[in-house]
Design a protein around this ligand. Structure first.
Ligand SMILES: C[S@@+](CC[C@H](N)C(=O)[O-])C[C@H]1O[C@@H](n2cnc3c(N)ncnc32)[C@H](O)[C@@H]1O
Length: 216
């Protein structure tokens, strides 16, 4: 489908031989599981969608250029993978994030290219980014900028999962259980009777002190 864009966004979609870094991270963090529905919003050529389907995930993909005929359905997890950084219009960038958040019922995974890749991206200054010789646009994010931006637009408490990958949880229980699993990965204690307060207590400690509680 022909889109009227101020840059050649379709050219930014590469073919992938393996899962993208954000999808791999979300899998490793047990956020992409067969029980959850997943939407890859701005899926490009759809390689992550195919790879996740092979892992028995219930996943659909939508893209304004490559898959605009697919129906958009709200899903437990929405992936917004390297989309924001290619949108040259800041107002549309924000609307895109808002739309992805609207479609999310549990977790939105947002990823973007970071400023440390500056030396790999050549082009002329254009708006708040660069326009390359292929007429593609890149707004490279500082790591804290991405987290703060997603937090501001969604109003959610956002967690940095990896460099350039942030999680915005709509479901507080899912956020607590993710944080608890990160703090104490071998969570035998999660089988205790009062799991909810145990998780909240550990997460609260972690958020206030920036480290897990000691054994004492
Ligand atoms: C860098 S590619 C990433 C594709 C895919 N997510 C991946 O990681 O392989 C950026 C994609 O964003 C899509 N895109 C551009 N504007 C968009 C918008 N407003 N909403 C959703 N997707 C958009 C483009 O069509 C393109 O496929």
């Amino acid at each position: 489908m022909q889109q009227i864009w101020g840059s050649e966004r379709r050219r930014t979609a590469i073919g992938r031989m393996t899962l993208s870094v954000p999808a791999r991270q979300a899998l490793a963090d047990r956020q992409l599981v067969p029980e959850r529905t997943i939407l890859d919003y701005g899926c490009g050529r759809g390689d992550d969608v195919r790879a996740l389907q092979q892992l028995d995930c219930q996943v659909a993909g939508w893209d304004p250029y490559y898959r605009s005929d697919m129906q958009l359905v709200a899903s437990d997890v929405v992936l917004l993978t390297y989309v924001l950084n290619v949108i040259e219009d800041p107002a549309e960038r924000r609307q895109t994030l808002e739309q992805a958040w609207e479609l999310t019922s549990t977790l939105l995974v947002v990823s973007a290219r970071l400023t440390w890749e500056k030396s790999k991206v050549h082009g002329q200054e254009f708006g708040d980014g660069l326009l390359t010789s292929r007429q593609t646009f890149q707004h490279l994010y500082a790591a804290s900028e991405l987290r703060e931006y997603v937090e501001q637009v969604t109003g959610a408490r956002v967690v940095a999962a990896a460099p350039g990958v942030v999680y915005a949880f709509r479901d507080e229980g899912a956020r607590l259980s993710y944080l608890a699993q990160r703090v104490i990965p071998d969570a035998e204690w999660l089988a205790s009777e009062d799991t909810a307060s145990a998780v909240s207590a550990v997460v609260d400690f972690f958020e206030r002190r920036g480290r897990p509680p000691g054994i004492e």
